[in-house]
Design a protein around this ligand. Structure first.
Ligand code: CTP
Length: 409
């Protein structure tokens, strides 16, 4: 993390040294900004040596690099340790007549403030009102703690312990990073129309029997849920799902491969991204009996003749509208990684889709499971991602690849 530690002018300034030292030892990059008053309590060489970086104090140094903006913009978090009553008042009012004030205003990173002052100053309504103003804006206030103060008296006003301050700084920074990632993801498919197929087709044999597969639709539904959360308009062609579809996804229910082919052909031209997660039966019984097939009529063996289903993905690739990104899936049972990848590469070439998501399936893997291993192959045969995790995280990895791909195209 990149952390800016602001040191303001109070007797507790010497304790900032141990906070900076802990952050540096944890591997973080620390830039220290000391106010003029802080340097009356702790020396510049100490702060430089401990932070392992040049100290920043003067607003008018390094003007060419617009340092107050650069430091604030690059920081994952800004912490003020200790924060005097005066500096708290200045942050609350949004004053910017020194480097620290400028940096705080120029930054959208979280601000962590660790106050230290005499009890009377801390409890003064002016300070309390300033603290509330900062809290309303999302500033994290750490401490102060109660204990012995410099003047020999005791009460609330003591700087919080080093470990408490360090933990608050890192928690605030991590939470902000997580939110930034979520916000970024929330936006990256906004306005995009995404068509997803999910589930397994069923090919009727007679009114009570079908030829099916073990796909539950979980991965396709997870893709729909994540695409929706990332701002897309999502249509799901759902074949015999075992899981509910999230609200907000528009659903077209089908059962057979032919029904799926018809729905996909109709919907595809209106969608920019198409993800074919469904397990589609390659064959269907040549004839569907109108009545239940009876044992007496078949004897000891039953022979059915199958005919080929349309290859939906290939049809969509052939009818592709410009700018469309098409993603195929391949569920393969080979245990050998290299062999599975080779099969997937050939399959992608055969199908002509932009990306192909390879799943390992077996009696216990892939189908029905909450977990999935996905390897994503692009049109050069490269593996863009190799991810193992729950189906929601797999969905995000797949959508990341789609977003990258469609931005590149
Ligand atoms: N697919 C399709 N139409 C079919 C069969 C498959 O659109 N009739 C799609 C699937 O949704 C998947 C991809 O094509 O995205 C690969 O499916 P798969 O069954 O592995 O492909 P096949 O060409 O049928 O290869 P295999 O011989 O291994 O079954």
């Amino acid at each position: 993390m990149r952390i800016v530690v602001g040191v303001t002018g109070g007797i507790a300034a010497y304790k900032a040294v141990s906070v900076i030292r802990s952050l540096v030892l944890l591997g973080h990059h620390v830039d220290v900004i000391a106010t003029e008053h802080a340097l009356k309590f702790v020396g510049a060489p100490t702060l430089e040596a401990i932070s392992r970086n040049p100290l920043h104090t003067d607003l008018y140094e390094g003007v060419a690099q617009v340092r107050h903006v650069a430091l604030g913009q690059q920081a994952d978090v800004i912490a003020v340790v200790p924060a005097t009553a005066n500096s708290i008042a200045r942050f609350a009012a949004g004053m910017a007549d020194d480097l620290l004030g400028n940096t705080v205003l120029a930054s959208r990173s979280p601000l962590v403030v660790a106050p230290a002052m005499h009890t009377e100053m801390w409890q003064h309504p002016a300070t309390q009102a300033n603290i509330r103003r900062l809290e309303e804006r999302g500033t994290v206030i750490v401490g102060p703690e109660s204990g012995a103060l410099t003047g020999g008296d005791s009460g609330p006003g003591r700087l919080a312990e080093t470990e408490t301050i360090v933990a608050s700084i890192l928690t605030a920074a991590r939470a902000a990073k997580r939110r930034a990632i979520e916000d970024e993801q929330a936006r990256d498919l906004s306005g995009r129309r995404v068509l997803i197929t999910a589930g397994g087709t069923r090919e009727p044999i007679d009114p009570v029997r079908f030829l099916g597969n073990r796909s539950s639709g979980r991965q396709g539904v997870a893709l729909a849920a994540r695409a929706l959360a990332r701002g897309a308009e999502v249509t799901l062609i759902a074949a015999n799902l075992e899981v509910p579809v999230p609200e907000g996804v528009s659903v077209v229910r089908v059962s057979t491969a032919q029904q799926m082919a018809t729905a996909a052909a109709e919907l595809a031209p209106r969608h920019e991204i198409i993800v074919m997660a469904a397990a589609v039966a390659d064959f269907r019984p040549e004839r569907v009996e109108s009545g239940k097939i009876k044992k007496e009529a078949t004897g000891d063996a039953l022979t059915l003749t199958f005919t080929k289903n349309p290859d939906i993905l290939r049809q969509l690739v052939a009818a592709r509208v410009p700018g469309q990104t098409l993603v195929g899936f391949a569920a393969e049972t080979e245990a050998d990684d290299a062999e599975r990848l080779e099969i997937a590469r050939r399959k992608r070439e055969r199908k002509g889709c932009d990306l192909l998501v390879l799943n390992q399936v077996g009696w216990h893997e892939g189908f029905q499971s909450e977990y999935n291993r996905v390897q994503i192959i692009d049109d050069s045969g490269s593996v863009l991602a190799d991810h193992e995790g729950d189906k929601m995280s797999a969905a995000d990895v797949i959508l990341d690849a789609v977003v990258q791909r469609s931005l590149a195209g």
